[in-house]
Design a protein around this ligand. Structure first.
Ligand code: UDP
Ligand code: MG
Length: 168
């Protein structure tokens, strides 16, 4: 048993379908601690970095359009950081398999996801799949000051005479 962190994103389909409350209720079943939360307008640069591992896939452009909000015309994502024992597995269990048609119907993706005609899995939420991915993703989506504890090493820098705290 290890204390882990995980990044959850409620994707634009989740927001447009008013699933935010339901998803957060379901996530709370994992009995973890919330460490950060914010609404983000996803830039192309952020989307490309987040889905770097899928760059070569035929659905990559569609996937970027989906996470940026172009598909649902709602340009926002709710980003959450949770921490606790075995957080990654616990959350992935509640979230369900990547393909909503294969996901357990009682999981979030099984209950609310769908597969589009373009073949993209609109699966409502993202959840980190390993501690390494979680660290990379949390550092990408959040600045240290936006999380209630320093989950990873930080450093203080001065940019244009303004002091800032960034991930070390
Ligand atoms: N995805 C898709 N088709 C695929 C694989 C992935 O549309 O065959 C999308 C889906 O929205 C998924 C995201 O790309 O959530 C990231 O894929 P990954 O393999 O990392 O799955 P996840 O970790 O989200 O379960
Ligand atoms: Mg993944």
């Amino acid at each position: 048993m290890a204390i882990e962190q995980t990044l959850i994103l409620i994707k634009p389909d989740g927001l447009i379908k008013s699933l935010t409350g339901n998803v957060i209720s379901r996530l709370s079943e994992a009995k973890l601690t919330i460490m950060g939360a914010k609404v983000v307008r996803v830039s192309r640069d952020l989307a490309e970095k987040h889905y770097e591992h899928l760059r070569e896939k035929p659905f990559f452009e569609e996937l970027l359009n989906y996470i940026m909000g172009d598909v649902h015309k709602t340009y926002r994502v709710l980003a959450l950081v949770y921490q606790g024992e075995d957080a990654i597995t616990k959350i992935r269990d509640v979230v369900g398999e990547t393909d909503p048609e294969k996901a357990n119907p009682v999981s979030i993706r099984g209950a609310y996801g769908r597969v589009t005609r373009a073949g993209v899995f609109e699966n409502v939420v993202h959840a980190s799949s390993s501690p390494e991915d979680a660290e990379k993703e949390i550092k990408l989506w959040f600045m240290p000051d936006e999380i209630v504890e320093d989950l990873y090493p930080i450093k203080k820098i001065t940019l244009n005479n303004v002091k800032q705290t960034v991930w070390a």
